[in-house]
Design a protein around this ligand. Sequence first.
Ligand SMILES: Cc1cc2nc3c(=O)[nH]c(=O)nc-3n(C[C@H](O)[C@H](O)[C@H](O)COP(=O)(O)O)c2cc1C
Length: 134
Amino acid sequence: MTITTPLHEVLYVSTLKPGEPISIVADIAARARVFNESHNITGLLIFDGMRFCQQLEGERKPVMALLERICRDTRHVNVEVLHHAPLGQRRFRRFSLGYTTVDDIDVLEKLEQLDGQAAMDLFVSLLSTLDLDA
Ligand SMILES: Cc1cc2nc3c(=O)[nH]c(=O)nc-3n(C[C@H](O)[C@H](O)[C@H](O)COP(=O)(O)O)c2cc1C
């Protein structure tokens, strides 16, 4: 019998701090990948040039601990957790941290207005428009 630890996921949106160069995002993603992989956290970071949206999934404790660190990060502002809930199975098995950009700036703005399951549903529908190989 294999014992599987329950999974948890979080979804938040935030805004790049005014004055921060866009170039920091690639640096964040590269470092995050190493950390997430070693903590068995997977997920996706979306950036539209101004706003971030990140989904993180893994065991609840490390995911929530990482979320706390991310919330304290001064390189972004207006961090708003839209959804966190138990998760049956990972959405992103292959990404320690998938990173993608979207050109349509309305999407993350719209996501920011939503909460809970409605936010998650929009995130999932957004995935189908992205060229991801999860
Ligand atoms: C939008 C955004 C997303 C981030 N995502 C992650 C992540 O998935 N994993 C990670 O280790 N750090 C991530 N970071 C960086 C963390 O906020 C933090 O700087 C890093 O974990 C180092 O933490 P420490 O400075 O407390 O050591 C992210 C930062 C931002 C601004």
